[in-house]
Write a protein that binds this ligand. Structure first.
Ligand SMILES: Nc1nc2c(ncn2[C@@H]2O[C@H](COP(=O)(O)OP(=O)(O)O[C@H]3O[C@H](CO)[C@@H](O)[C@H](O)[C@@H]3O)[C@@H](O)[C@H]2O)c(=O)[nH]1
Ligand SMILES: [Mg+2]
Length: 205
């Protein structure tokens, strides 16, 4: 897998003047310290510095079977979650990946097949969201796609050479929603997608 280049700094805006960037780390992704001036609401310009971690943008997809009311999720080790209190670091998530230079829809088709083994037919874009805007530049593109059991063309599991070891889990939507309440599902993007389906079901007669 190629590493994404950090995005070039944008031009100034009405309320922001960029003064410079210090590279703190580009070991795998890029961590920079950005020096800038921000115009406060009272008109005063305030000098500030903030660190920003750039790992590119990503896409995430919920596979949803409206006939059986089931979803397909993944389970994999996430080091940052392990460092921050997850007892085994295994997180249940909707399948997702970094864009790696692709358009979001192409990315999510590739990731769905690599991670879950499902070949998706018609992904529907829902929304875009910054997931951790105080520290991480990433914007995530959210999709949903209907699936049926016959759409699974291979085992999935991720790319072994890249260290991925992904378990594919199918469960009723009701169980997934209960898992949010119990704390068994703690991944933000996944919670957003499951709640989207739950809300859409409530609002569809
Ligand atoms: N060697 C090396 N490999 C890395 C490193 N960091 C990540 N990788 C590898 O880069 C690949 C990233 O896998 P993707 O499936 O493309 O991304 P993801 O980690 O699933 O990201 C998704 O979830 C994230 C967490 O919620 C999201 O931030 C992201 O947008 C996306 O949705 C994995 O094979 C991972 O092992 C690193 O520091 N070193
Ligand atoms: Mg992934």
């Amino acid at each position: 897998m190629k590493r994404p280049e950090a995005a070039p700094l944008p031009g100034d805006a009405e309320n922001v003047r960029l003064l410079g960037a210090e590279l703190l780390s580009d070991s795998w992704y890029t961590l920079r310290k950005i020096h800038f001036e921000l115009r406060r609401r009272d008109g005063r310009w305030q000098p500030l510095s903030r660190e920003a971690y750039d790992r590119g943008n990503g896409a995430v997809l919920l596979l949803w079977d409206p006939v059986r009311r089931t979803v397909v999720l993944t389970r994999q080790f996430r080091l940052p979650a392990f460092l921050n209190g997850s007892p085994d670091g295994q997180l249940i998530e909707a399948c997702a990946g970094l864009l790696d230079g692709d358009e979001p829809e192409a990315c999510i088709r590739r990731e769905a097949e690599e991670e879950t083994g499902y070949r998706i037919r018609a992904p529907r874009k829902l929304f875009e969201a910054y997931m951790s805007p105080g520290s991480v530049t990433e914007k995530l593109h959210f999709f949903i796609a209907e699936y049926a059991p016959g759409d699974r063309v291979r085992a999935g599991g991720g790319v072994v050479e890249e260290g991925e070891d992904i378990e594919v889990i199918e469960m009723p939507l009701a169980d997934a929603l209960a898992a949010i309440a119990s704390g068994r599902i703690q991944d933000g993007k996944t919670i957003m997608l499951l709640q989207h389906v739950a809300l859409a079901s409530v609002n569809t007669p």
